[in-house]
Design a protein around this ligand. Sequence first.
Ligand code: ADP
Ligand code: MG
Length: 377
Amino acid sequence: MIELKNIYKKVNNRIILNNVNLTINKGELVTLIGPSGCGKTTTLKMINRLIRQTSGEILINGNKIQNEDAIKLRRNIGYVIQQTGLFPHLTVEENISMILKIEKVDQTKIDKKVEELLNLVGMNPEDYKYKYPSQLSGGQQQRIGIARALAMDPEIILMDEPFSALDPLTRNQLQDEIFSIHQNLKKTIVFVTHDMDEALKLADKICIMKDGKVIQYDTPDKILKNPKDDFVKTFVGENRIWNQPELIKVKDIMINNVIKSSPERTSIQALEIMKSNHVDRLIVASKDNKLLGIVTLRELKFSINENKKLKDIMKNNITTINENDSIVNVLDIVENQKIGFIPVINNDSSLVGLITKSSLLSVLSNQFINKEVNLYE
Ligand SMILES: Nc1ncnc2c1ncn2[C@@H]1O[C@H](COP(=O)(O)OP(=O)(O)O)[C@@H](O)[C@H]1O
Ligand SMILES: [Mg+2]
């Protein structure tokens, strides 16, 4: 865990960082994002003590880093920067293994580690081990930069706009690479970027900075759904959430006040409820709010003379969706099962809402028709 507590940085009486507080849990990937000059790099370099704060404290796993040996600290913190910082006169193998050699790691272990790391970053060891950085593309150089940062198996990796200089295709590939490295190795990663798409794609949490301050620090979906102020709103971009449909949850778009009925009601009573609420389908639920079935207006009309109870008429094998599923799952059901009426349940299997084709349509059309509509209020 990394903790920044009340961090200030002053340079020539100018405040560069203004009371930054940030807790990054073990294994999280946090992106720092904000306009140029807002203090991202300064914050990052304080974590490996390349820059010293004017006041405040930084703790790693509860220990103040100013009490630690700076070199030892940096060995446990991988660092990847845009310019890669590879040594041009050293081969790929030598670049990756340099610190391991300084640490006097056994040569057979080094050879094995270099191979393992090259494979990890998607480069065939036999093809690339003996190449020099200048013989590699920008993307390949950055892969070597990542391999080198992982050489000492550090718990933490700091990355400062590592992919900004790459073309979009290569950038995307490396983002995927980092995502899977993070999933597989469970490193704590602090990743500076100025690209919101990149932040949304990678981050467990996003820290939005401005003028040396943390403006909002939260999960991507919270930032998209509840931007704290106009700065964040503008920074994130109008309607950005529609680029990330998997972040739109069923509970964000469902109808909350479901018209429902007890299974003991008669078809005449049910018909009355439907008429007065202008619905053509009725959800049948138990007293403790468990979904039992659905009756349609048509089915009711057929049985009206028999005056049956709903429990005898209702259809009870029903497709439901969980409130935490995404709009993508909803569209999947609508498309594949050709249904447009989906009760929503929570993790306790209680009925909490409803998605209908027309409610879905109105949510989807809002993004094109009325910018002012806020889905989440
Ligand atoms: N060595 C330095 N001396 C004086 N000012 C600096 C120095 N390094 C950075 N700054 C200033 O600190 C602010 C934050 O810089 P930086 O952390 O690099 O921002 P970011 O990475 O978000 O673009 C900027 O206004 C920059 O001009
Ligand atoms: Mg920077």
